[in-house]
Design a protein around this ligand. Structure first.
Ligand code: PLP
Length: 368
């Protein structure tokens, strides 16, 4: 009998299925509770603003029609915001889709892609699926090691992924480091800056990746509405690159990849700086609250430039994860990355953060 596996594209057989954070509804069902909190997927704890919700509601009445496949207004607004033309902008069903799209567009079987590790697991997955060769470069002190990544460049290197800030470590590479690195990247190699958490990382040391696009470098910058804009559920992200690169990616883009509600919401969100500011401030305060609490519990953490924190619980992270789950708190154990005593915790609302700390204290067997 023919097995399905023998029919599959051989490139995908070695890929482990992506494990998303546990959904809140699933945990509530399992525990029979109604107030679980999720600090596992780096989502924004704030609901989309009224302005965005109204825009989505207004778009409901056109759902009988296909969306605008060119996302005309949204691309125009993004181009204006970033000082480029709409031809420099591509929309995706989340920036995840664009990671896959750019790899399918540019990576040929046998090409190499340099991937930091640990970093976003989607990069090696899509490279492998495309028959590319993953060149994994370990982080150094929880930060991307751009020096080692530059040394890993060969004549076969087609794509280099830079998650800035990096997930799961929440660290950044600085403008100076990136400038140094870019001077060593050859013309034939595409550098992808995945800036999903950019809004939480702002500071004078943060690099201006878009400037490399404007200089005509082989750079693709990815951004998303999933994090600071509170729109993870609608799936909308975008890429900025040279118009020729965008045109190539558009050849294999699904014509209606970004739905009408997502386009309406993203357009409204672009005019809602106040919401982003509110949430950035809340996350910053939350980070400091959590640092203090971690210190009080004697736990080491990696200072964060994003909306999540890597914390070393000093014992089995899987065990602490389970204990927190029983208290209705979902976090992310880093066990699959080989970090046996480390959790990745998304910063929540002040109330969620307090609940997390209470649960953590109990899980660690510490007195209040
Ligand atoms: C969350 C995240 C994204 C965003 O993904 P979307 O598909 O836009 O929701 C992209 N890159 C990294 C590293 C992330 O953590």
């Amino acid at each position: 009998m023919t097995q399905w596996e023998s029919l599959a594209n051989e490139h995908i057989l070695g890929i482990a299925p992506y494990e998303p954070g546990k959904p809140i509804e699933e945990l509530e069902r399992e525990l029979g509770i109604a107030d679980a909190i999720k600090l596992a997927s780096n989502e924004n704890p704030l609901a989309p603003s009224d302005r965005v919700q109204k825009a989505v509601a207004a778009a409901l009445s056109i759902l009988n029609r296909y969306p605008d496949g060119s996302a005309f207004y949204l691309r125009q607004a993004l181009a204006k915001k970033h000082g480029v033309t709409p031809e420099h902008v591509i929309l995706g069903n989340g920036s995840n889709e664009l990671i896959e799209l750019l790899v399918r567009t540019f990576l040929k079987p046998g090409d190499e892609a340099i991937v930091p590790h640990p970093s976003f697991v989607v990069y090696p997955m899509v490279v492998q699926a495309a028959g590319g060769i993953r060149v994994m470069v370990m982080l150094k002190d929880y930060r991307l090691d751009l020096e080692a990544m530059a040394r890993a460049i060969t004549p076969l290197t087609k794509i280099i992924f830079i998650a800035n800030p990096n997930n799961p470590t929440a660290t950044i590479v600085t403008a100076e480091e990136v400038e140094h690195f870019m001077a060593r990247v050859p013309e034939r190699t595409i550098v992808v800056f995945d800036e999903a958490y950019l809004e939480f990382a702002q500071g004078p040391d943060f690099p201006d990746a878009l400037a490399y696009v404007k200089q005509g470098r082989k750079v693709i910058v990815l951004r998303t509405f999933s994090k600071a804009n509170s729109l993870a559920g609608l799936r909308v992200g975008y890429g900025v690159a040279d118009a020729d690169a965008i045109a190539l990616m558009n050849r294999i883009r699904q014509p209606f990849n970004v739905n009408s509600l997502a386009q309406a919401a993203a357009l409204a969100a672009l005019e809602d700086d106040a919401h982003v500011l509110e949430c950035v401030r809340m996350i910053e305060a939350g980070r400091h609250f959590l640092y203090d609490e971690f210190k009080a519990l004697g736990l080491k953490y990696v200072p964060s430039r994003a909306n999540f924190i890597l914390v070393d619980v000093g014992r089995s992270a899987a065990e602490i994860y389970q204990k927190l789950l029983h208290g209705g708190v979902i976090v992310r154990p880093m066990t699959p990355f080989g970090m046996e005593s480390t959790l990745r915790i998304t910063v929540g609302t002040p109330e969620e953060n307090r609940r997390l700390i209470k649960g953590l204290r109990a899980a660690l067997g510490k007195q209040a």
